[in-house]
Each structure stands twice: as C-alpha cells, then as structure tokens.
Design a protein around this ligand. Structure first.
Ligand code: ADP
Ligand code: MG
Length: 686
C-alpha cells in the first residue's frame, strides 16, 4: 500500500471519516501514521482487585458476571456491571453508553483498565476501558492488547474520532506500510539513533516508558533537524539574491510621522526602531525579529517602518496569523497611515480582492495599495507583489516553515521583519528563522498598570457579573472567553460559545453583546471587531480567537471560562487583551477543575506577569513525563519536539550546518532533498 494513499480510499475509513480526519489535518495514510499520541495512560500495572490500591490505575483480567442498563429518573442511562477477577468482585459503571450491553455480555472474559475507586463502600471503576481476552490478534508489534493493560496512547481527537478509533486504525494499517517508510536521514547521522520504523512503531505502541522516550528522541530530532536544515538552506539561497539599494531615510519624514502619533515612543521602542533603521541603510536584506510582551507597542514600530518603505516607493506586505487580526491591523494601519496619503489594502481568505482607502474610480487591485495586509491568503499566486520592499509577519510561528519559505521565494528582495509576543530563546529563534537579529521591547508604555488577576470560585459568579455591569456603566468594555480546544475547532465547541452568548444576553438584557468565533464569515468578523473597537459593543463573547493581538485599550475586563483548558502562557496572552490603556484592568479566571493542584497552577497568574516565566512554569507543570509537545509547541507545528530542549536544538542546528557545508545542494541525499521540498512546498489548506 502507498503511503500517499488518501484516507478516503481506505476500507474502514471511507468518505465520512476522511472528512472528520481533515479537521486534524490528516489527509493521507502517511499523515495518519504521523499522527502521534500526545500522552499515554499507564495501565501497565496488571494486578488483582484484592491487591489494587484505591486511586491506582490498574489492569484486571477476569469475567463479566452481569451487565445491565439502568434508566435514571432524569432519563440518563447508566450501565452497571459486576466483574470478577477471581480475587474480589468489582462494580463497573459507564454513563451514556447503552450500546455496551450489545458489545459485552455476561460470561465474557475481559481485560479492563481504569482507576480503582470506592463508591458506597464498594470497590468500583468508572468508565473502564475494556478489551475481550482471547480475541485480540497482535498486529503492529508484539503487543498483547491495544486499549488496556499497557501504555495506552492518547491522541489529539476531534468530534467523531476518538483515540480508541485512531489506535485501532493505526494498529491495523501501520504493519501494511511499515516497509514503505524510508528514512531520509544520512547514514552518519542516523547511526546514533533509533531507526525510523521502530520509532514510529514505538511512539504509537510502546512496551514501556523507555521505548516511548527513545521514539520521541528520534522523532523529535527529525522535526527540529528538518526545520533547521530547511531554514539554513533558505537562508543560503536568500543570501545569493541580488542585494537591495539601501533605503533613503529622511529624518524629517521620520520625525513628522512619529510626531503624528498620539503618544511618545517608549525608549525600548526607540531602541528597536534605531536597530531597524541601521539595517535598512545597509545594502543587504534585513532579517529581524521584534520580540516584546503583549501590549508593548510592536505594531506601531512596524507601521513606522512601513511608512519609510513607502517613502522609498516600495510596497509592504503584512501577514497576520488570523483573519481577525488582519482586519484589525488593517484598521490600525489605515488610521495611522492614510493621513500621509498611503493606501492600505486587505487580502484575506474571505476578501480575495485588495481593497483599500483609494478613492472611487481607481482600479481596485494590488497596484493601488501601498501596504497590503492579509492572512496566508497573501501567498496566493494571483496577487501581484512587485516592488515589495518589506515583508512583515506577525506571530510567525503560527505559519510554519512552509508558508514562510513560499513568501520568501516570491518576493524579489525584501526586508524581513517578524514581530512576536511569544518569548523565544535566541537559540530557538535561530533555528526557526535562520540567521536573524533580534530586537527586544522590554518596556510597557507609561501609565500601564498590571492587570488585577483573580481565580474566581463559582459561587462568586453573580458578584463578578455585577462588577461587570458597574464597569460597563462607566463606559468600559468586556471580553468573555469560552474555551475552545485548539486541535479540534469542532462545531460543538463553537456552539458552547453560542450557548454562553445566549445565556449572557439574558443576564445583561440592557447591554449590547456580540459573539465572535473562528467559523464566522470574514465580513461578519470584520464588522464585529469594528463595532467592538468603536465601543458600540459592551461585551464581546468570544472563543480564544482573540488570543493574539486583539487591541482595544478601552476593554478593561476579561473573563476566561474553562481556564483549566489553557496553558499559562496562553492565558497570559489572553489576559494581554486588557490593560492596554491607562485604566486599571481585570482578568477573572473560572475553572471547572476544582482540584487544589489546578487551582495552584492558575494562581500563578495572580502574581506573575512575565510571559517567559509563565511559559517555563507551563513546561514544568505539564511538560514532564506524560504530557509532552502539543501544549508547548503546538503553535510551532511540532508534534514531538519542544523548544525547551535546547541541547537538542543546538545539536540539530550543528548537524544541519555540517551537512550543508559538505554538500550545499544536498544532491548526495535525494531522500532528504525530497523531504525538504515537501516541507517547503506544502501549502496549508485555507
Ligand atoms: P503589541 O502588538 O506589542 O501587543 P500594540 O502595538 O498593539 O502592542 O500596542 C498596544 C497598545 O498600546 C495600542 O493601543 C497602541 O496604540 C498603544 N501604544 C503603543 N505604543 C505606545 C506608547 N509608546 N505609548 C502609549 N501607548 C502606546
Ligand atoms: Mg500586536
């Protein structure tokens, strides 16, 4: 079987599952095999009911003595079973799983895995995983069971695609294609590591923690290595491009623009600006990253540069990670720059035409816009990008290497400016973006106050709503964020935001509320954002789509529901939506996980306001052992690798350098070349 085979063509998957799998960005058989678990449930402790401790996760083997569905008064269905492994009986309970009684029957021999609890003084297990004994045929590797009695892989899921389903399919399909997996790593590098095939087997079905670690090491190396190599190769080619005429920078122009701003630049902004100006005066394309805390005023620095580029008769492309942000930047740039006669255009998935502030009668295409702001739709072939002098990318890590490489190759000889609020260690930045320079804006504009942050218990909810109403009557605005799982933006979760919206409308009948989520049409999003920014809306109920960059200094309260679902760094980003003006702002966190451990985690936000520190805390709390990658590096499109592993980063970078030095064209390594080509040319679905 061919690795590139579309999933829709495979028996046992078919059209409807293939459609769901697309939401996980899984299109081919290869994608499925490279869909790695993000953690494991450790059910490797096979024991007896008698010996098991309360609270322990264990696996038991025995016989089902009875099983039946019970209908409760509230019309819920509970499935109850008695299971006996010969040492002592234990009660099993499942909720909303009435079909179970068709799958397993009294007398069946089962292996079950779950946590031992005590309920009404009886030993019990809630929603145990189960597998019939005797019936399972080991496939991929020599494992006895798949869903119980071992380290059980847990995958990023989406509506209608469970980890159990994924596990079953991967177990069935992997052996059929194992021989087709080719290892692109050059021999001398590969020697030191687990072979690729074993790594892929072991990441899905490890026999023990050691196997899973070794698999992660190998696959994590690959991820970073290929990115390193791709970046360095791009950089080499970039260097060969014809050099730019140095920009002519008139101090008078610069001053008059800066004086037009409604505030004075902070000294950190001035410093970054100076570093950039020095770059622009050279006859070599700039490649610079501006990094700064949320709200530190990165965007305005970008606007100043775009203005100077315009003064040199060159265009600027500005790529934002989301449509919402593109609209907002469009708004900001238009306000700042149109007084200087600069035409700003927008180009996103839903607005495939460049529109601008140009007067009627002019042809509306890119040729009339001096600055074009958009999403990755900017990469589209149709847009003419002549005379590009500057490419600005906001929160670049959201794009991945593919898009960046594309963007770089299409523009002639532009300067390159990346802005990010994500604290990235220098080593990481070098790996991601190649040989770049960094400017750090480590100062917030004057008058900013720390956002007062509180983890609020449920019983105080009514009080916080009263608090909101009071603030709104003073003219302040509010965000209410409902959770949305990044990996699966399913309809169901969007509905959750809608449900919350309907509920809140009843709680605040006299206020103007609006709803914003990622699945809306572009034009709708745009008008909602405009209304909120111009204070026509009091409360904006939204999913975490506002996380990056949304800027409305008049918003002073953000309520985050289901805070347990977000990492600390992400919560910090969300919190950064308020506290952007001089008024005292507030962040109220609600969590449906009442454990003291989770409470302690969230409480860090009450006292910590440093993004880097919070990111590191995230790593410490969630990064060790069982949970890896997605939480930390999800934004970087990595499944395994984590940027916390600086040693590995350094190692991959050096290996990539050595390889390119010895064989700059990589002609000696056709597989590797093909792999890089894949990385560079794959375009994300819109
Ligand atoms: P970032 O992109 O770094 O999160 P923005 O550039 O969006 O921050 O700026 C945040 C807010 O602060 C904006 O409303 C902006 O107008 C304002 N701002 C930027 N620089 C300054 C400054 N030097 N003084 C006061 N306000 C500023
Ligand atoms: Mg910003």
């Amino acid at each position: 079987m061919d690795l590139k085979r579309p999933l829709s063509e495979l028996t046992g998957i078919g059209y409807s599952y293939a459609k769901r799998l697309k939401r996980l960005s899984l299109f081919s058989l290869e994608d499925l095999i490279y869909h790695f678990p993000f953690r494991y449930d450790d059910f490797s402790n096979t024991t007896s009911t008698l010996e098991a401790q309360i609270g322990q996760s264990v696996t038991l083997q025995g016989e089902l003595w009875s099983i039946k569905n019970i209908y409760t008064r509230s019309r819920k269905i509970i499935t109850k079973a008695i299971f006996n492994d010969g040492s002592a009986p234990i009660e099993l309970t499942w909720f909303n799983s009435s079909w179970l009684t068709k799958q397993i029957k009294t007398g069946d021999r089962l292996q079950i895995s779950g946590k031992i609890t005590k309920y009404k003084n009886k030993l019990s297990m809630i929603a145990p995983r189960w597998e019939k004994l005797d019936s399972y045929q080991p496939k991929a590797i020599n494992h006895q069971s798949l869903h119980t009695g071992r380290l059980v892989s847990v995958y990023p899921e989406t509506e209608g695609v469970s980890s159990k389903w994924l596990r079953t399919k991967i177990d069935k399909l992997l052996p059929l294609v194992l021989d087709k997996i080719q290892d692109p790593l050059p021999d001398h590098i590969r020697q030191e590591m687990l072979p690729l095939k074993s790594a892929i087997e072991q990441i899905h079905f490890p026999k023990n923690w050691d196997q899973s670690e070794k698999a992660r090491d190998r696959l994590g190396f690959d991820e970073l290595f290929y990115i390193s190599l791709a970046t360095q190769k791009t950089r080499m080619e970039w260097r060969k491009k014809p050099i730019l005429d140095p920009l002519i920078i008139s101090q008078d122009d610069l001053k008059s623009f800066i004086n037009s701003l409604p505030y004075k630049l902070t000294s950190a902004q001035q410093r970054a600006l100076k570093q950039i100006l020095d770059d622009l005066r050279k006859n070599q394309p700039m490649n610079r990253l501006i990094q700064g805390e949320v709200g530190s005023g990165k965007t305005v620095v970008a606007a100043i540069i775009a203005y100077l580029v315009f003064k040199n008769n060159l265009r600027t492309l500005f790529m934002a990670p989301t449509e919402i942000l593109a609209f907002q930047h469009f708004d900001t740039f238009s306000k700042l720059l149109s007084p200087f006669g600069i035409k700003v255009g927008i180009y996103t998935g839903s607005r495939k035409k460049v529109q601008g502030t140009e007067s009627k009668g002019q042809k509306k295409n890119s040729a009339t816009s001096d600055i074009i702001i958009g999403t990755h739709a900017l990469l589209s072939e149709k847009l003419t990008t002549d005379e590009i002098g500057l490419i600005i990318i906001d929160e670049q890590q959201r794009f991945g290497v593919k898009q960046r490489t594309l963007l770089r190759s299409r523009a002639k000889i532009p300067h390159f400016l990346t802005i990010t609020a994500t604290p990235i260690p220098r080593t990481v930045a070098l790996t991601l973006y190649g040989d770049l320079d960094m400017s750090i804006i480590d100062e917030l504009p004057k008058g900013r106050q720390l956002v007062k942050t509180h983890v609020v218990p449920e019983k105080k909810r009514a009080d916080s709503y009263k608090f909101i109403a009071g603030k709104v009557s003073n003219g302040d605005q509010v965000y209410i964020i409902t959770p949305l799982i990044e990996a699966s933006e399913t309809l169901k979760t969007v509905k959750a935001a809608k449900v919350e919206f309907d509920k809140l409308k009843k709680i605040f009948p006299t206020l103007k509320l609006d709803l914003l989520h990622g699945r809306m049409k572009g034009s709708k999003k745009d008008s909602i954002i405009k209304d909120f920014r111009s204070n026509k809306t009091n409360i904006l109920v939204s999913t975490s789509v506002v996380e990056v960059g949304m800027d409305n200094p008049n918003a002073t309260i953000i309520i985050i529901e289901g805070a347990e679902r977000f990492g600390l760094a992400q919560l910090h980003q969300l919190r950064g939506r308020v506290g952007r003006g001089v008024k005292q702002s507030y962040c109220l966190l609600y969590s449906s996980n009442q454990s003291s451990q989770e409470n302690r985690r969230l409480k860090y936000l009450e006292t910590t306001f440093d993004g880097l520190k919070l990111a590191n805390l995230d790593l410490k709390i969630r990064g060790s052992g069982q949970i890896f990658s997605t939480a930390q590096s999800g934004r970087f499109d990595f499944k395994i690798a984590s940027f916390a592993n600086l040693d590995l980063l350094e190692k991959t970078k050096t290996k990539a350098e050595e390889l390119l030095k010895a064989n700059p064209t990589l002609d000696k390594y056709p597989l590797l070349k093909a792999k890089l080509h894949d990385i560079a040319s794959g375009v994300m679905p819109d």
